[in-house]
Design a protein around this ligand. Sequence first.
Ligand SMILES: O=C(O)CCC(=O)C(=O)O
Ligand SMILES: [Fe+2]
Length: 226
Amino acid sequence: MASQSPTIPADRDRLGLMKVGRQVRERLAANPTAYRVPSEEVELWAIGDFMSPAECQKMRDLIDATAKPSVVFDLDYSSGYRTSYSGNVDANDPFVKKISRRIDDLLDIESSFGETIQGQRYMPGQEFQPHHDWFHPDTTYWELEMNRGGQRSITAMAFLNHVEGGGTTDFTELGISIEPKPGVLLVWNNAKPDGITNPATIHAGRPVTAGSKYIITKWYRTKAWY
Ligand SMILES: O=C(O)CCC(=O)C(=O)O
Ligand SMILES: [Fe+2]
């Protein structure tokens, strides 16, 4: 997406990004089920069996019930940038709340910092092209987002099914490709430990070539989001 404007400091929310990053790093370091994916550039973890097969099924059903074409802020469905179907699964549903709180607890992040969990469904040919989850200063929504929760600190994303073909999550600058495995939660820090947003977190949901792909994503900010 857009490059950073020289007039707006790239280190906006730096202290908040440092603090959340440190909390998550310490929490996951103490968790034997959290596997740190080897990388010098990005802090990335995978947590197996984070959701049970029954929970994955239930979440897929909720996504099917609410899915509509995804919108990536000012890029719409017709641009081909993100062609999956997304649904803001009902945040008040007790089951969704339970999973959402489980992610908060796993990461030791204040619940209020988390955005609403988003479900996504990709069918063959659908993808999410390379992007950063952190906000770029050169966007129309920058000021708005900075004032309603600040920069995106951590991304948590769970795979909900076995994908017959394609659909890997690729960190394109790192050469890391993650195979969707049901129940696995991927977590990464969108900033470096020093609190500067990290360009090497660029990633993509590759096109599904057979079957379908279901995920949920929860993005965390640096302060309360609303
Ligand atoms: O579908 C994927 O593997 C990536 C999804 C993603 O990048 C996101 O939800 O921010
Ligand atoms: Fe993303």
